[in-house]
Design a protein around this ligand. Structure first.
Ligand SMILES: Cc1cc2nc3c(=O)[nH]c(=O)nc-3n(C[C@H](O)[C@H](O)[C@H](O)COP(=O)(O)O)c2cc1C
Length: 203
């Protein structure tokens, strides 16, 4: 296990890592990442979440069969270099599903409006991404399962009716030449409004 890092260093450098080695991730690390997930805020603290650890070849094959066919929401519209890089990298992951040693499926049974439903599982997913970053395990949030092959995954793993898939995150050691680093984002001051919409500061 690698040395743990500070919270802000993890936040500033947690980015999508999709070029992953096929060598196994120890269960101890997988459990540690999920244990970070279950610390997250969730509606009413009802904790209607489940995390399915997928290592099984047969289930991976189902992901492999369907993943690339699910069209990206911004398919064909990648304009900036950063968007194009993300699209190419996402395509790479789609072509190497079987090489990923572990996929974690985050599922939720939280009732209520869409926002409570999603908002009760994605903080846990983000916690897991940060924990993975701290342990230098590569990962990325993916949602294609929900948009394209939820039924097939449901029957493969026995996910009960009423439980929805929210995200699948791959876990793997980063390939040589791929590492965590600064993210490309518009600066916070451009998206911050002080008391009134449009009242912005220069930095
Ligand atoms: C709702 C959502 C859905 C996403 N779906 C996918 C996906 O299906 N496949 C994928 O490779 N990345 C997916 N991503 C990851 C984004 O592409 C990534 O967060 C974004 O490009 C920023 O990348 P960076 O953190 O490396 O800068 C998704 C992210 C979010 C928030």
């Amino acid at each position: 296990m690698t040395e743990e890092i500070g919270l802000f260093e993890a936040i500033y450098s947690q980015r999508a890592l999709r070029h992953l080695k096929s060598e196994p991730i120890p269960d101890e690390i997988i459990k540690k990442i999920i244990d970070a997930g279950i610390r997250a805020p969730n509606g009413g603290n009802s904790q209607q979440w489940a995390f399915i650890v997928i290592k099984d070849e047969a289930t991976k094959r189902i992901i492999d069969e369907h993943y690339s066919a699910v069209v990206r929401p911004n398919h064909g519209e990648a304009k900036t270099i950063s968007e194009r890089r993300a699209a190419d990298s996402a395509d790479y992951l789609g072509q190497h599903i079987m090489d990923v040693p572990v996929w974690i499926l985050a599922a939720t049974n939280h009732p209520g409006t869409d926002i409570h439903h999603g908002a009760s599982i994605y903080p846990a997913v983000q916690n897991m991404l940060l924990a993975a970053r701290a342990l230098n395990v590569g990962s990325v949030l993916t949602t294609r399962v929900r948009r394209g092959f939820e039924d097939q995954i449901r029957s493969a793993i026995g996910l009960p009716e009423g439980w929805a898939t929210a995200a699948m995150i791959p876990l793997g050691w980063p390939q040589d030449g791929y590492k965590y680093g600064p993210t490309t984002r518009r600066p916070a001051h451009e998206v911050t409004h002080w008391d009134k919409w449009g009242a912005q500061q220069e930095s």
